[in-house]
Design a protein around this ligand. Structure first.
Ligand code: ADP
Ligand code: MG
Length: 692
């Protein structure tokens, strides 16, 4: 007898070691534990032999370790373990990265199961790169022969997790299901209890899949309810009406230093249309880096000002907020539109052609008077210090999916209960197959064509030290021409979350060696906002030739003079993220090159080569989705906590099913007033989605 809400310690027959494991996993209830679903299942009845090993298909092999050795690498923090595995039909190579403990756990002669997809390597022949493995002596604990493979957390073994899960799910008999029974029946879903048994103790792959789909359905349904409930609540409040001033629009367009692209015009006009209705707009502008989203935002803010109302323009960092303030000043100059910049380090107002520095109190006071375009970081919104006449909130550079989702869930209500329009801008192209599910009924504008006259960024995949040398040479040539370069370092050491060690180590290495005569500057997450600003400004002003940084530079800072980017250990980044990163260069008519330096040939180079072929963020996002699955696209890997725990891109059918059911439920009960459990769940999702 075990209930979903019971503490995990109630699970029958736990050993002291298992209790420690559970504590380390930070799971408190039986429900928390059983919510960790298997990533996949190993079918041990269908083992493959080396002689018949297919390439590129996930398989499981039972093999003996012939050799296993640590390889010398020049970078201290990277550990490569290479070995040979054999069975009676042949042998294959294997490589593990950054798992030094493997050498303590395994030795030659040991029998193990390895699971993964084999690849052919130019130097080492057929083999596996970082496959999952498990001692072959382990009782596989599989019902039938289907063994759940759980996501491994810390150093907990599959064996331990399987044992605990088995004990828990076999004893479980009380689960509260908030899904209306009518839905469960009509959609032909297994009950929650049955679904749990199916996923944790399946007797076939089909069973496991049927169970998993129940979790996907629930997850997407509740998420859709949360999104649509937010939408309905916003509609309930109504929105300020912005009149479309055509004469002004024409003048604004004519006064710009460049011709707007057709996509930019379409995005702006769609926004004007939305804002002229009494219904709060929720529009997402998707446009690749450098596609020119800022001017669209500026145009919309100007239009709001023509209606005598305020705009809050929010950027993710101080640096970007300042950059936007300068850009908007240029665009707004002929029209005397007041701009108020509020960041932690700088506050000023530009009004009547004059720039006046402000104290914190003065800035607040000016903000509350309204009729202004206020620019700041997201704190502007969070501290709820926006003006009473706020009509438009613009949120820029949300290229993390998670953040864009949260906005879709936001109802930013003014004191008078009116809900301002929301314009969100992202550089992450969202594949169509996912957009509907992720965004609910958020309107989407796409800026696909880049401003004319841009040269595409040349991208080159290089390997190891030899490749790096080539990149340094190109870098020095560019510096001679008076141009600048970025070097991006990955976070290598897990303890180095902010990248300070990686960056400092790289700085030291370059300073005494390859870039000895070059002026270097560093930027990483451990620096204070003021220090980061300083470094960025210094770089912008040309005080250094090369900026060595973590992915902090990923966000939209505009440094047109930077023409080279070198990304170290490029194989560690997702394609979409690499694309974001290289978007920091290519912001002028100068020829730009991005070097992706892979650690060694074992890195999946063909994946990186997608970036050599394409400069189109949408193409890249689709590729990323295909290669890596939803993990990266949905933001799991980047934020560590995704929107969806269970849904994968291939679940489109279940997603659509859940969306339809959500629409149906809300059609009958738009604010879920007669369905407390569903409303509580939707509200829970909205609330938890806000804090990060
Ligand atoms: P992002 O979409 O990445 O935010 P920005 O708005 O920063 O891009 O624009 C990148 C650069 O392109 C800026 O220097 C901007 O002035 C310029 N730009 C924007 N639109 C056009 C256009 N239609 N023609 C020429 N240059 C443009
Ligand atoms: Mg931008």
């Amino acid at each position: 007898m075990l209930a979903w809400q019971d503490p995990v310690t109630y699970i029958h027959g736990l050993t002291a070691q298992q209790r420690r494991v559970l504590k380390a996993l930070e799971v408190e209830t039986v429900g928390d534990l059983l919510s960790i679903l298997p990533r996949r299942y190993d079918d041990y009845s269908n083992l493959v032999k080396i002689a018949e090993l297919p390439i590129g298909e996930p398989v499981t092999l039972k093999v003996k370790i012939k050799t296993l050795n640590k390889m010398p690498t020049f970078r201290r923090r990277i550990v490569i373990i290479r070995g040979v595995l054999e069975d009676e039909t042949g042998s294959i190579s294997v490589t593990w990265f950054n798992q030094p403990w493997m050498l303590e756990q395994l030795k030659s002669g040991d029998e193990i199961y390895v699971s993964g997809a084999a690849r052919r390597h130019p130097r080492f022949g057929l083999g596996f790169s970082s496959p999952l493995w498990e001692p072959a002596t382990t009782e596989t604990l599989a019902a039938g022969n289907i063994a759940p493979v759980y996501p491994l957390i810390g150093q907990v073994t599959q064996k331990t997790l399987r044992k605990i899960m088995k004990a828990a799910v076999e004893d479980l008999n009380v689960v509260e299901d908030v899904m209306p029974p009518k839905v469960v029946e009509e959609q032909n879903l297994p009950s929650l209890l049955e679904a749990l048994r199916l996923v944790h103790r399946p007797s076939s792959q089909e069973d496991a899949e049927r169970g998993r789909r129940r979790f996907v359905f629930d997850e997407v349904l509740f998420y859709q309810l949360a999104l649509r409930l937010a939408r309905n609540l916003a509609d309930h409040g109504g929105a300020p009406q912005i009149k479309f001033d055509e004469k002004f629009a024409k003048k604004f367009v004519a006064g710009l230093p460049f011709e707007l692209t057709a996509d930019q015009k379409r995005a702006a006009w769609a926004t004007f249309q939305d804002m002229s209705q009494g219904r709060p707009m929720r529009r997402l502008v998707q446009g690749d880096v450098g596609s020119g989203k800022t001017v669209v935002a500026a145009f919309c803010a100007a239009m709001v000002y023509r209606s005598d109302l305020s705009t809050a323009f929010m950027a993710p960092t101080d640096i970007l907020a300042k950059q936007h303030a300068l850009t908007l000043q240029r665009f707004f100059k002929p029209y005397n539109i007041p701009i108020l910049l509020i960041t932690s380090s700088t506050r000023y107002v530009v009004e009547g052609g004059e720039e006046v520095k402000l104290t914190v109190k003065e800035a607040k006071e000016r903000l509350s008077r309204g009729r202004v375009v206020a620019i700041g970081t997201h704190a502007l919104l969070e501290r709820e210090q926006y003006p009473a006449d706020l009509a438009l909130a613009i949120v820029d550079e949300q290229h993390r999916f998670g953040v864009a989702q949260r906005e879709a869930l936001t109802v930013l209500e003014r004191p008078d209960a009116v809900v301002p329009h929301l314009l969100s801008m992202t550089a992450t192209p969202i594949p169509r197959s996912l957009a509907l599910t992720l965004m609910g009924d958020l309107e989407v504008s796409v800026i696909r064509t880049k401003p004319a006259g841009r040269l595409p960024i040349m991208t080159k995949t290089l390997v190891g030290e030899a490749g790096r040398e080539l990149a340094y040479r190109a870098m020095k040539d560019a510096i001679k021409r008076g141009e600048q370069a970025f070097i991006v370092c990955p976070l290598i050491d897990p303890s180095d979350k902010l990248g300070s060690k990686s960056v400092e180590e790289e700085l030291r290495r370059l300073r005494i060696g390859p870039l000895k005569d070059v002026k270097l500057l560093s930027l990483h997450g451990k620096m204070s906002a003021a220090e980061k600003d300083q470094a960025m400004n210094d770089f912008k002003e040309g005080k250094a030739d090369v900026l060595i940084a973590t992915t902090v530079v990923e966000v939209g800072v505009d440094i047109p003079n930077a023409t080279i980017m070198l990304i170290e250990s490029a194989e560690r980044f997702g394609l979409a993220q690499l694309h974001q990163l290289r978007g920091r260069i290519g912001r002028s008519d100068k020829r730009c090159t991005c070097f992706l330096v892979a650690t060694d040939e074992d890195a999946n180079l063909s994946r990186l080569k997608v970036l050599e072929r394409s400069n189109d963020g949408f193409v890249i996002a689709e590729e990323d989705l295909k290669i890596r699955g939803s993990g990266n696209v949905l933001g799991y890997e980047q934020s560590g906590r995704g929107i969806f725990k269970y849904a994968r891109p291939e679940d489109v059918a279940v997603m659509a099913q859940a969306r339809d059911v959500a629409s149906q439920i809300l059609k009958e009960d738009p604010l879920l007033q007669s369905n407390d459990k569903l409303r509580e769940r939707a509200e829970f999702i909205r609330n938890t989605a806000h804090g990060e």
